[in-house]
Design a protein around this ligand. Sequence first.
Ligand code: SF4
Length: 515
Amino acid sequence: MGKAIGSERLGDLYTGGKVKKRREWRGVEDTLYDYKCWLGIMGMLAKYLVRPHFLKGFLRYRWMLNYISVPAMIDKHTVGLRGNHLKIAHEEYDLVAEDVAKLLDTAFKADRYCGNDEELSKKIVVLDENEMFAIMNGFPTLKGISWETAAVYVAVLLQGDAVTGYLDAIQEMGLPGDVCPMPAAEAGTAVLDDFPLFGACAVQCNTTCDGSLLGNGIMARRYEKAGIPVFQIAAPLRHTEEGVQEYAAQEIRNAIKFIEDCTGEKWDWDYYFENTKRYNEENRLRYSWMEMSRTDYPQVIGANLALYAETTYMAIAGRVPDFVEADRRITKLAQESFERKEMLVPEYRHRAIIWGVQAQYYTDFLPWLQNCWGILPLVDMLSLVYWDQLSEDDPEQAIYDLGKLYQEMIMRNRTHGGWEVLLDDLWRFCEYYRADMVILWEHISCKALTGMHGLFEERAKEHGIKLVWVNHDLMDPRVIPKQNIRDDVNRYMRTVLMEEPIDPSLEVLDDDKLW
Ligand code: SF4
């Protein structure tokens, strides 16, 4: 219990009758810093909660109750960290928390059931949670808002079983229980009318799979009933092929025209390129963090890479200057730590690539891997996205860039496009990042991945890579609880590799008391 990493048994924090017995003691300086950040988050939440439309939204929507666990969510992703690594995590999570609070504030202000600000509502384009927001980069006076992000995606991140009620609701209406819980939960929220209603129009995308596509259909029906017209971007699935790029570009032109027609606003190239410059810088900086992970001293890894990359790459896309400023500070902190050869945990035993679709109800599984077993989650599939820099001055090329971004969204870029991007690329990344292990999330309801189980096993054997399967059901911890996920690793480490954990107190935890 002190300043040094690994100086206490972290599992002991979770014994007793509460979520956590006490705050983690990290030495005087780091404990005070962490506590100051905790107070900052509480203050930020209070600042928004006292706004009348926000309070109304908090009381109206049952998924809002999950937001009382925001400080606990940050705690579970910073566990065990010290010094610059702790600062990097707070730079990320605190900024994302504030961004989500702003999203909720705008949504409730415009919401017909809460603030009912009609002028604001006319300036909003409703987007999917799993869609690139870059389509808004050329509209300076409009806002792109996804209520699904707040009600489903973030809610599950905060509280593991946040959407089980919505899953039950849609299954009672006849949806089979083996549909992916993400589109199923969104559809459940829509049929219960438990979402804020606003917007001049909605732009959806055939995001990741048929489940997602059908979920969008249910949502579109609800929007259109409320007088909100919907456009669906049909981005090609064979995204690596040149022949589909013209089609993809035309879909972007059509979407822009649809937004212009619905809102009366015009696409502004100067604004687009201003955002793109920031977006390119964000991508370059993130890439520099991932390059550090090729060395013996990785600095920004695991959930700190995955969750932040999802936000900046997909939802922010250069539109919010605060994010690029945070990225510069994170880069500086990471470089300092890299030069000082600082480690995240006392012992590095395995270098892992995290592949497949993560359990949204257990994103802190990645810090658990490093704290319990010394397995470094270097990079994950969702962060390994389109890296080419977007044009900063050519409007014609920019349309093709946007088309490519929509085809190669997070998750979609691997779950579609052929086995080259899902199977072959994995072993190339193992070599590139010098990984000896793959942690393969097996999302049991993801039809896009489950059919390839045997192929992964064969290839892992060929490449001499240790392959550890971890089963989950994305947003439904009732089907596969968190301890089962941990046990998939515990069993492999003890029986196949005959290793002992570096922190045995973390092997078995009582999740009933945890968020
Ligand atoms: S996890 Fe799989 S099934 Fe679910 S939305 Fe993504 S691609 Fe579709």
